[in-house]
Design a protein around this ligand. Sequence first.
Ligand code: BES
Ligand code: ZN
Length: 496
Amino acid sequence: MAIWNSIAIFATVAGAFVDAAALQPRHDHYGLVESGKLRGLLTTEALREKAEILQDFAYSSPGKNRLIGSQGHQDTIDYIHDQMTAFPDYYTIELQPLDLALGVEANLTANNRTVEVYAVTLAPGGHVSGPLVSIPNLGCEAADFPESLNGSIALIFRGTCESGIKVGLAASRGAIGVLIYNNVDGNLEGYSLQKFEDPEAPYVPTGGISQSAGEALVAQLEAGTEVIVDLTTVAEASTSYNVIAQTKAGDQDNVIHIGGHSDSVAAGPGINDNGSGTISILEIAIQLTKFTVKNAVRFSWWTAEEEGLLGATYYVSQLSQSEKDKIRLFLDFDMMASPNYAFQIYDGDGSAFNLTGPPGSAEAEAEFTHYFSNIAGLNHTEIEFDGRSDYGPFLEAGIAAGGIAGGAEGIKTEEEQAMFGGAAGIPYDVNYHQDGDTTNNLNYECWIEMTRAIAHMTATYARSFESLPPRNTTSARKRSARFANFRKTKRYQKWV
Ligand code: BES
Ligand code: ZN
């Protein structure tokens, strides 16, 4: 305390040119990080304040959201970066750029009648005109497509595989454009092909239309009417960033990696999804600076998760095998404050959903379970390790992973109501991907408990990896081969 006080007094006397970091206690003030001490520094108020800041970014932005490419998202990235650069002695901070073609504008006519359309992100801009051809099935297999689509526009139903697969296949048969029609009510604004372009199968201009508009076009074609469509899409080259910060202290070859996505969907400010995880890990990163660590701690805020886990996918794609091997465990935090929450732990050992993560994932699940059961004294449940968030690319790369969530559109059961309170028969988060995902609709008890659980995991692995299996790259690589097919599983396909 004495050192901290004298720095603070000196700083005050010295005047205005003192940054926030200089007022922080020395980073070894509390000694080696301990779960209880780190948790003791967390407050609901600090979380709430930061949530209001992110919501202000959204509401000051033209689309009232923090969608990739928006001012609201860029402000979020800048804010995280500014907060972290207050600790230049403690963290090495990197902004990793990711270039994306954002769909910004589109026009569509079918036989000269205007149809509501949105340009799809990751597809190129352009003006194409030609006969419409409806693709049977879902367009996920080459066999779904006619031999030649030369000069035509393909009409394909959304779902079962990433739309990027459909567009790549259509283009390889000669289609000059694609219309994807929705598989749920509503338009396809802010939709993405969800998969980086394969240079072997380049994308073509793609518009997203509603299910009813798509079905009406299919009906016309089935009635034998020729439909000539004219599609114009505008794609804007945009650069977004993953923010990555790593402790300078600690064994740099043995890293505990903590992440969450910084972007929202188009519909709203995205405060539970995922302002909550963004802020939980930011607050822990700030509080961690008061301690020393034995293992390096890396924090990442991923961009473009909502467009298909793009930021995390890109990050993992840029790692050499030896860099991958240094990540002993990746933990993902997405949806930490669901209003009708359950404390859900990813099923890393496959005991509940039969999809087992790479070695180390089971141990991570066990540590979360131990924390909730024995330290916090809280009920908990398991959820599928299904690749709905940024841990997916880590699983595919054979890196141990884990995480917790409060829940999205899933319906709370009677049993869960008894365990967690709230209301059975309604979703964990009724505002999931809606404009109501705001600071008023968070559950703050859930959020602080989740944040404490993250702090426990961070502190535990920053001290030691002895509870994880030794790094075994051979078996990890075998797992990786298994997870290469992960995106083809039914579990993943639900979400594309
Ligand atoms: N936050 C969700 C995923 C999620 C749901 C995490 C429930 C934890 C509990 C994420 O932002 C999301 O919306 N993911 C997409 C899939 C992704 C591949 C674009 C989804 O689930 O539809
Ligand atoms: Zn989401």
